[in-house]
Design a binder for this molecule. Sequence first.
Ligand code: BG6
Length: 511
Amino acid sequence: MEQGLVATDTRPEPTVISIFGAAGDLIWRKLVPALYNLFVDKWLPDQFAVVGVDRKATSDAEFRQHLRESVDTFSRRGQADDATWNDFATRLTFIADDFSDQATFAALADRLASLDKTWNTRAKHVFYLALPPTMVETTVQQLSKAQLCHERDRARVVTEKPFGRDLQSARALNRMLTGILDESQIYRIDHYLGKETVQNILAFRFANALFEPIWDRRYIDHVQITVAEQVGVEHRGGYYDHAGALRDMVQNHLLQILCLIAMEPPVAFDADEIRNKKVDVLRAIRPILPAHVHRFAVRGQYDAGWIEGERVPAYRAEPGVAADSCAETFAAVKLFVDNWRWQDVPFYLRTGKRLPVKVSEVSIQFRPVPHQSFPPSAVVDWQPNRLVIRIQPQEGILLRFQAKQPGQTMHLRLVDMQFHYRDVFKAAPPEAYETLLLDIILGDATLFMRADQVEAAWSVITPILEAWEAVSPVDLPDYQAGTWGPESAQVLIAQDGRSWLMPTLAEETRP
Ligand code: BG6
């Protein structure tokens, strides 16, 4: 029997998770490996079941076999052991049918009722929509017609990104959802919020007295948020080509990180209080005027190149991508948060595919000392303090400061004080989807996006989207795979007399 990280007596109430899109990629790569790990860790109730719903005709046995392979491939624990898997697998069943057909929902209602009868209880119902956005509305309407989501305390609906493709469509989606469901029933996922290191930003800032007094414009020169990926679009060209990096990453993951870095201290650690404070940040972001977009945002697209010694194709040569595609695979944005704490402190955000390393990192760049008392010969290496929050991989926090190099002469050198998760918390942290799924089952919405949050995030990037859509770039592709993005990204930050900081992970892996 695999040993779980946690054994707990306070398990959630009986729950059935119905996953729409059960033949898809998300359930295979993320959802079932995460549920399986929650099961191993004894976080799931004894009365727990998963009902997969999809068009593809599949028997329960085939469904289970397919998901066993997913767990063996993607679980952080590696291959499942037979006894534990067999116990888990008895809880997995499949309904093959069309989401637009009311009969599918009648069959689902029967399955849920029969589980209640067997368990002699009234289980909670989670409806997980792992579906393309176009199918969300029909599915929720069908759930409603089948009377499956009318009980506010019993039914929860989970939606994946993309949540709309601009402010208008996000508003329409919110209107539709809140016309049928109460806001408290809706769980909008941003998987970055489930990452341990992202949650730890709150602990770091508000459980320590040391940093908060200097966490403002008086001490901080600027903030950089980098989310770099080595992978290209993989098999998701069809989706990505209509999204681009701004919609795919900046509107959600990067803006959520910015919110956690910039928000005011919450009065209490509860869902609405934390989400209110985050919305305050998004609302304070200075709107970018259409005529100024080029000074605040740049895009790029990767050409063929080399990643770790391997030749990789250009974006336009990827499957599912148009040969003349103008979708951006790189985006860099400069934002200001107009409030007392952050006035005039730039937040530089960048993300891209096919960059030299996979790393997500926040750098808080402090201001220089007000007066340099050391002789020039002592400070050749001198740089202001920098705090780095490494979100992934090699998760940790690093504080960079000056120290006197041992010896008879006064020579200052940069040194790092480092905290690494792997050294301190020996056990592997749960995956983001484990945390998020457990929160959904428990009914804790703290890590999920409220309607106003999603809309505020779209408002921030809408001027950029509109300006980019109005004018097709002529010079794409404009960065080689395996480099740090287009020249224009360097110009964006250089015009402020600053430069992109090399992520600390890339420094370490540099030959
Ligand atoms: C997803 C994006 O939300 O996040 C993908 O759609 C991206 O394009 C992924 O690759 C990155 O997630 P992670 O957890 O690997 O940093």
